[in-house]
Design a binder for this molecule. Structure first.
Ligand code: HSE
Length: 394
């Protein structure tokens, strides 16, 4: 029998226990032994089938030599950071879905794991149940990664879909996402772009080999998207989605999160509900798209349990990146098309930007610019009365 412990018993933690129990036969066949949850670390005890295994003292896990793998689902960087370090120092593998901890401290924790010759694995931290970090670092490892972009927050995508398709209110759609267990404990992290931001940082760390600090990455969420802009975009053949992007530039790399207009002919424009889609562009593969459920109890838990199984079967320590943050550039340097809605005429738009694609003109004017950097778009728009400005994927 192989013993594990789960730290935190919220949506993901209880999901991990369920996947281990429900798929016990499958897991046993692959590991050759039974996988057992020996301890569950909680703040408050509660009635559930794991009641007798619950503890509120981390030392019960740290000092138990039988526990080989610890699954951290506490979240945040407080206790989760301390217990992860202590578990690694005690020679235990650690698996997590905690994107904040990986984005902020992953480099240091990987180094510690390497020193102790144990694993620190975090497939579930990006894209929930979608395999993305393993394909990126293993299957695509012969590529020079040029860009990664995608819909990285299931809750925001769910809210946008509900608002656009069913005319739901923002608050109503958010409450539904919370009921389904998609949202973070603090859902502002979902709707204000932080959750997608942490995920794009992890993807950028792995793709570019340098630490990308979340604090340096501009993160904008879905609160500023109006149904008016959604409708104008749709009539022009575009959809508005919240994207995280990590792009290699001639002189470094950049990353950010912001709403984007996407041509409706691209598959990512049609990704709806809680689904995520992550597109990786390698110099040999071209674009590869990963699609699936980006949030929720069992999809995320299944990625954690697969990592637990990998800890027990693999001796390879391949994933790492440099703590050096040089090479990170302000995304304002990145050139894309930009959507504007202005209180003004098409002539005003043409005077500011030269050629534009007009989307609508009545008492307001909506248009798409040619490809210009964020900084240049802001400069040229200075004389206009801007009501909305959204980047486009181009
Ligand atoms: N709250 C996250 C989301 C969960 O909605 O995508 C997965 O990280």
């Amino acid at each position: 029998m192989i013993h594990t412990a789960i730290m935190g018993y919220g949506t993901v933690g209880s999901g991990v226990a369920k996947v281990i129990e429900n798929n016990a036969g499958e897991i046993r066949k692959k590991l050759g032994e039974v996988l057992n949850v020996k301890k569950v670390l909680v703040r408050r005890f509660r009635d559930c089938p794991y009641r007798s295994r619950m503890t509120n003292d981390f030392r019960d896990i740290e000092s138990d030599p039988e526990i080989q793998v610890v699954v951290e689902t506490i979240g945040g960087v407080g206790a989760a950071y301390e217990y992860t370090k202590r578990a690694l120092l005690a020679g235990k593998h650690v698996v997590t879905a905690n994107k904040q901890l990986v984005a902020e401290k992953g480099c240091e924790l990987l180094e510690l794991a390497r020193e102790r010759r144990v694993h620190y694995l975090f497939e579930a931290s990006v894209g929930g149940g979608i395999p993305i970090l393993h394909p990126l670092t293993e299957c695509m490892s012969a590529n020079h990664i040029e860009e990664i972009y995608g819909i990285l927050n299931g809750t925001s995508n769910y809210i946008l879909t509900r608002m656009v398709r069913n005319g739901a209110s923002f608050d109503g759609a958010l409450a539904e996402a919370q009921r389904h267990g998609y949202a973070e404990a603090d859902p502002t992290a979902d709707v204000d772009g932080l959750d997608a931001g942490r995920k794009i940082c992890i993807l950028a760390d792995l793709a570019f080999g340098h630490q990308v600090n979340p604090a340096a990455v501009p993160m904008e969420g879905i609160r500023g998207i109006t149904l008016r802009d959604v409708r104008i975009a749709r009539r022009g053949g575009y959809r508005i989605k919240l994207l995280g992007r990590a792009v290699r530039l001639p002189n470094g790399h950049t990353a950010y999160v912001a709403p984007h207009l996407i041509p409706e002919t691209l598959p990512v424009a049609n990704v709806e509900d809680v689904f995520n889609a992550i597109i990786v562009r390698g110099n040999a593969t071209g674009e590869v798209m990963f699609y699936g459920r980006g949030a929720g109890e069992l999809p995320t838990a299944s990625a954690c349990v697969a990592d637990v199984m990998e800890c027990l079967t693999s001796q390879q320590w391949t994933v790492q990146w440099s703590p050096d943050t040089t090479g990170f550039r302000d995304p304002a340097e990145l050139a894309t098309r930009h959507y504007f809605r202005i209180d003004g005429s098409l002539n005003d738009a043409l005077r500011a930007f030269g050629e534009v694609e007009a989307l609508r003109e009545d008492n307001e004017t909506s248009f798409l610019t040619e490809c210009v950097s964020g900084a240049e778009a802001a400069e040229r728009a200075k004389g206009l009365n801007v009501l909305a400005c959204i980047r486009a994927l181009s």
